[in-house]
Ligand binder design. Structure first.
Ligand code: SF4
Length: 651
């Protein structure tokens, strides 16, 4: 069983039990910039689940590195107690702990106190994504920042951590010195020579070594290819790694792809589901072969089989399986025990992990709402007696509710009127680049099996069946149907809804207007699918851009594809009316009319109407009932699964 993945490996003084790494990622779980109980519980769940190494999220080494409100800081000794508690918790489970040390340079999002941030970089070269014009770092400042990495490393050592990792990936400050397009300096840190461009990183490693002594692990995270129009490419990064390894070698390279400096490059920070599993492995292999240094690769490695293949083939020594562990913290122990079918595989949707970070919420997972909520939801409540629970509706909410109730010891039967489980997740997987969304159904189906839920598909529940079942409690998860708003001329034009299109039930004409009310995954996906199939598509969005409610990397890539396919997007539009060959829109800011002429078909993506007819029936029968998912109000998959968990724990 995965002999390469579960063989020990040594980094510095640190021997790890396996090759599975939770790499550094933002969690929003810190408490006013300090490590507290929530963040400790989060990481400890992964250590308990068998992770070999945990790398904590970015921590700022210097006051000039403050890039968001309330970041974790390691530029004073105040950080030591929190990291000490974290190290004690992680080491209890025989898992290594390394801290990321961070300076964003020009990748500046905001300042701590809300004033306009001043950012520093190698040179005054603006970044495209945040539109930041940095100041070039004076030599005295460079020396101070380099020393701040060493000071921070000394604090981490004092806290009992096993090492530190310099974040030189994704276009952050060390990468800005490496990149000749950004480093235009003419001094000895200058961009025209490899020795100059690598000097900043080499001196950081030297300073850390000097202040922490031998054996304390020092890692360097780099993008093996920044995959941006002005980023450093693979050849440049290979040369840089070789030069760094020549006289200031780190103990390991942690290899990713992409750059935060551009929208196209930032997609690789958390690659969406359409990226192939392990697509960064060749980048890691190149660095490993060129330098002979231990290498970690990260990039959509969501299953142990994939990690085993990468390690046993010599592409890397270790694999970052970060989202895989956000989705299933037990992935390592399940893989080691041969329980691969029980792994809840990450689908790369980005919705609740990095999506929450961008929205300013604590991290979680759409499939595993306990992630990031370990203190509140980590333990299911016990039961005082086994109850008969009937769950009506087999979408994500009903499936999760049934599994959660059965895991607690109740006798649960799940009824689904369709012949297949999955609800709207089955439609989502039909959209372009979203096939993996169906994984949520596979994973929840396995949860039902493991929990011992009786599943009855193709059964339409009515009052008689409820009486016959005589449940002690009912969970209603009956979903929703597409909303068809009233508008003038609705019967004059050929009108269909998105579900009909996705199911292949609708005949769609050549010229199409997609009227997208929610600006979520449906409108952007249906427009892309129709354009792929040769239709001429106009996408009218009731918002500022298509897909505005989905995670930005998923959205940005989708918008790029719409542009490539020639889809005309019309933002800020309200559906107003239609006639036999036109759709009438209104600008939502000034009510001015916009007319789309020559339309053959109008496709409605107008949200959903809750399907809650059962509520009255169940209420009349006087049976305890709980609601979950779309039947309350239209829900995302994430909200549906979370509500399912709550309902399953409430019976
Ligand atoms: Fe994976 Fe989506 Fe969960 Fe993030 S939210 S860990 S991408 S399944």
């Amino acid at each position: 069983r995965f002999p390469a993945l579960f063989s020990p490996i040594t980094i510095g003084n640190l021997t790890l039990r396996n090759r599975i790494v939770s790499t550094g990622h933002e969690t929003h779980l810190s408490e006013h910039g300090k490590i507290g109980d929530a963040l400790i519980a989060y990481h400890e769940a992964r250590a308990k689940g068998g992770a070999g190494l945990i790398v904590t999220e970015v921590a700022l080494v210097h006051p000039s590195a403050v890039f968001v409100a309330d970041p974790i800081r390691v530029d004073t000794d105040e950080c030591i107690p929190g990291y000490t508690r974290l190290a004690e918790a992680i080491h209890r489970h025989d898992t290594g702990l390394i801290a990321q040390l961070f300076h964003p340079g020009r990748e500046m999002l905001a300042s701590e106190d809300g004033t306009a941030p001043v950012s520093y970089s190698a040179s005054a070269v603006p970044n495209e994504r945040f539109h930041v014009m940095p100041r070039p770092m004076p030599l005295e400042m460079i020396a101070e920042v380099i020393a701040s990495y060493g000071d921070a490393a000394r604090r981490m050592q004092a806290a009992g951590l096993d090492g530190v990792e310099i974040v030189g990936s994704h276009g952050y400050l060390p990468a800005q010195f490496l990149n000749p397009h950004v480093n235009k300096r003419e001094d000895h840190y200058g961009g025209s020579s490899l020795a100059g461009r690598t000097r900043f990183i080499r001196e950081i490693i030297e300073d850390i070594r000097r202040k922490t002594g031998p054996g304390f692990a020092v890692g360097l995270r780099l993008s093996g290819d920044e995959m941006s129009h002005d980023g450093a490419g693979q050849a440049a990064m290979l040369d840089a790694c070789e030069r760094i390894a020549a006289d200031n070698a780190p103990d390991y390279f942690s290899v990713v792809a992409g750059s935060s400096a551009t929208l196209a490059g930032s997609v690789h920070i958390a690659p969406p589901m359409y990226q192939e599993a392990g697509y960064t492995a060749p980048l890691g292999q190149g660095i490993r072969e060129r330098t002979g240094i231990t290498t970690i690769v990260t990039g959509r490695i969501n299953q142990p089989q994939e990690a085993e293949k990468i390690i046993s083939s010599g592409q890397a020594d270790m694999c970052g399986m970060t989202r895989a562990m956000i989705c299933d913290p037990l992935i390592a122990s399940k893989a080691e025990a041969g329980r691969t079918d029980d792994i809840r595989a990450c689908i790369g949707c980005n919705q609740a992990c990095i999506g929450h970070f961008h929205a300013g919420y604590p991290i979680s997972c759409i499939q595993n709402p306990v992630s990031g909520r370990e203190l509140r939801l980590g333990e299911a409540p016990g039961i005082s007696g086994k109850r008969r629970v009937m769950v009506i509706g087999g979408g994500p909410a009903g499936m999760k509710a049934a599994a959660a109730a059965a895991e607690r010891g109740h006798a649960v039967t799940l009824f689904e009127r369709d012949t297949q489980l999955g609800g709207q997740a089955r439609l989502a997987q039909l959209l372009p680049h979203r096939a993996e969304f169906g994984g949520i159904i596979t994973n929840l189906t396995r949860e039902l099996e493991l929990a011992g839920v009786e599943v009855r598909k193709g059964v339409a529940v009515d009052a008689d069946l409820i009486r016959e079942q005589a449940p002690d409690a009912i969970i209603l998860a009956t979903g929703a149907t597409p909303r068809w708003p009233d508008f003038e001329g609705r019967d004059d034009l050929h009108v269909v809804d998105a579900w009909q299109v996705l199911r292949g039930e609708a005949k769609v004409g050549k010229s199409v207007v997609v009227a997208d009310w929610r600006a979520d995954w449906i409108g952007i996906g249906v427009a892309e699918r129709l354009a792929q199939n040769g239709h001429s598509v106009r996408l009218a969005v009731n918002g500022y851009m298509p897909g505005q409610t989905i995670q930005m990397y998923v959205r940005d890539a989708g918008i790029g594809r719409l542009h490539s396919l020639g889809v005309e997007t019309l933002p800020y539009m309200r559906l107003f009316g239609a006639d036999e060959d036109s759709v009438y829109l209104q600008h939502i800011m000034n009510d001015e009319p916009v007319i789309c002429e020559g339309v053959d078909t109008l496709v409605l993506c107008q949200g959903h109407t809750p399907e809650n007819a059962f509520e009255g029936i169940v209420r009349d029968l006087g049976i305890e009932f709980h609601l979950a998912g779309d039947c309350i109000a239209p829900r995302t998959a994430e909200e549906a699964v979370l509500e399912g968990l709550h309902a399953g724990r409430a019976v």
